[in-house]
Design a protein around this ligand. Structure first.
Ligand SMILES: Cc1ncc(C[n+]2csc(CCOP(=O)(O)OP(=O)(O)O)c2C)c(N)n1
Length: 199
């Protein structure tokens, strides 16, 4: 899976959305392809990946077949994609997936199973109480989990740093051993593909 493959997939979904072929919200990635490929070098088949409403790249990189992913998106499930076989779980509730990911990591540890959890979150999600608690619990209990914070600067249309009056966010500059923080600039709006779609 190359950066071009990832971009081509999102472009195809954007075109389908703008052509009113998808009757449900979509959230697209752009501009973080190399970073995602780098992050997935550390993701093994037995690992679990937990995502938010934006997860097409994770699904492709975890091995969900392109056409299977596309048909789930066409069926309206882009916002909460789950593929148990590839161990991908998503939730569209801000902060909703974080404690579930922690629970999965706790289960792996208790059962002595192989593998670890990779949990993705936007930078606004990373400033919520549940994220802070989950990182603290995971670190103190030495759970097999890492959190990846993806900073596009915005929470829908709200500037995250302005909202918290905080120039440097809590986990910026990889200040916590369990948290990887990276910035990217997308060309897509928070949801949709940039055109008003009418059915
Ligand atoms: C509990 C809850 N409140 C509000 C929303 C609406 N909502 C969806 S995404 C989002 C912004 C989240 O921002 P961030 O975590 O930075 O993610 P990203 O910018 O990557 O989408 C909001 C407020 C929601 N899905 N769930």
């Amino acid at each position: 899976m190359t950066a071009q493959d990832l971009i081509a997939f999102e472009t195809e979904i954007a075109d389908l959305f703008n052509a009113a072929k998808i009757r449900a919200p979509i959230h697209l990635y752009y501009g973080n392809e190399e970073k995602m490929i780098e992050l997935f070098r550390d993701v093994k088949p037995e690992d679990w990946v937990f995502c938010s409403w934006r997860s097409h790249y994770q699904c492709l990189l975890k091995g969900v077949p392109r056409e299977e992913l596309k048909s789930e998106i066409l069926a309206g499930h882009s916002i909460s994609l789950c593929f148990p076989k590839q161990r991908i779980v998503s939730s569209a509730i801000v902060g909703g997936i974080i404690p579930i990911a922690v629970g999965a990591a706790l289960s792996l540890k208790r059962k002595g199973e192989k593998g670890m959890v990779h949990c993705f979150a936007g930078e606004m999600t990373s400033e919520t109480g549940i994220f802070h608690e989950s990182v603290k619990y995971s670190y103190n209990h030495q759970l097999p989990i890492r959190f990846i914070v993806e900073d596009n600067g915005k929470s829908v249309c709200t500037d995250t740093r302005e909202a918290w009056a905080q120039k440097v966010l809590t986990y910026e500059n990889d200040r916590h051993p369990l948290v990887t923080f990276y910035k990217y600039e997308t060309k897509y709006p928070h949801a949709g593909a940039g055109q008003r779609v009418q059915f």
